[in-house]
Design a binder for this molecule. Structure first.
Ligand SMILES: NC(=O)c1ccc[n+]([C@@H]2O[C@H](COP(=O)([O-])OP(=O)(O)OC[C@H]3O[C@@H](n4cnc5c(N)ncnc54)[C@H](OP(=O)(O)O)[C@@H]3O)[C@@H](O)[C@H]2O)c1
Length: 237
């Protein structure tokens, strides 16, 4: 079997950084993308022997061109993990058009573009694993910022549809819906809201990026029959 090659979109995030560490621990050749966090990207690349690419995932044309560059320099990946995300406005009244567009572009459209790109570029018949990381599996009703929540709904519907469309080609496409972690995007929520999540969690604590990463990398490397689904890793919320 060919050694696997991973591409992580949003490798500089709290979750992305932990995913890079887990992929390194599992010996998977990995490239990753970043946007603003150039210094962290350099540090992670040096620490894990991985390759960093600067791509603005809010820009559709730049995303596809950037993915072409990754493929030209490091080969076409057969594992794609999307863990880039933004959540700009805590309340409806504060949500502007640009923030909405950015949330849709980074959280959802870039995941779609990457799948579309991979469907064009992956060799026919070769197995491909796509894991989209998000934060809502719709079995709960959660008080989330509306831009974030809406894009998570897009992701869960997208993996269902792509699971059917790309499954016959050997693609497994799934979403990992995380509960609240003690780092990353959740830090933008009010302390009171974070405390609520802790109390409602059956495990009575927030998760860690390392716990999230172990589950994400399991789904990317070990899964053989989960398809088009949203798996929740949230401490029992
Ligand atoms: N942390 C949590 O509690 C939590 C809970 C539930 C779900 N999640 C999910 O986990 C995923 C990652 O969250 P996180 O906590 O790791 O977030 P984070 O620490 O804020 O990281 C966000 C990542 O997205 C990248 N990004 C943002 N805008 C970008 C753009 N325009 N172009 C390219 N990259 C861009 C950032 O890159 P740069 O820093 O380089 O700009 C960074 O790598 C999200 O999809 C979220 O749904 C997280």
């Amino acid at each position: 079997m060919q050694p696997r090659v991973a591409l992580v979109l949003g490798g500089t995030g709290a979750v992305g950084g932990a995913v890079l560490a887990e992929l390194a621990r599992r010996g998977v050749a990995t490239s990753f993308t970043y946007w603003r966090s150039a210094e962290r990207a350099r540090g992670l690349a040096a620490e894990h022997g991985q390759h960093a690419f600067r791509i603005d995932l809010a820009d559709a044309a730049a995303t596809t061109a950037g993915l072409d560059t990754v493929a030209a320099e490091r080969g076409v990946p057969d594992i794609l993990i999307h863990c880039a995300g933004v959540s700009a406005a805590p309340a409806l009244a504060d949500l502007g058009v640009e923030q909405w567009r950015e949330a849709v572009a980074v959280n959802a459209h870039s995941a779609l573009l990457a799948c579309q790109w991979l469907a064009r570029r992956a060799p026919p018949g070769a197995p491909v694993d796509v894991v989209v990381v998000g934060g809502l599996d719709r079995t709960q009703s959660l008080p989330l910022p509306v831009d974030f929540a809406a894009t998570q709904g897009m992701l869960s519907a997208m993996v269902m549809a792509l699971g059917h469309e790309l499954g016959p080609r050997g693609f497994r496409v799934n979403m990992m819906a995380l509960g609240m972690l003690d780092a990353g995007l959740s830090r933008s929520l009010a302390a009171r809201r974070r405390k609520d999540y802790e109390s409602f969690s059956a495990l009575r604590r927030l998760g860690t990026p390392a716990e999230a990463a172990r589950a994400i990398v399991w789904l990317a490397l070990e899964n053989s029959y989960v398809q088009g689904k949203v798996l929740a890793v949230n401490g029992g919320i």
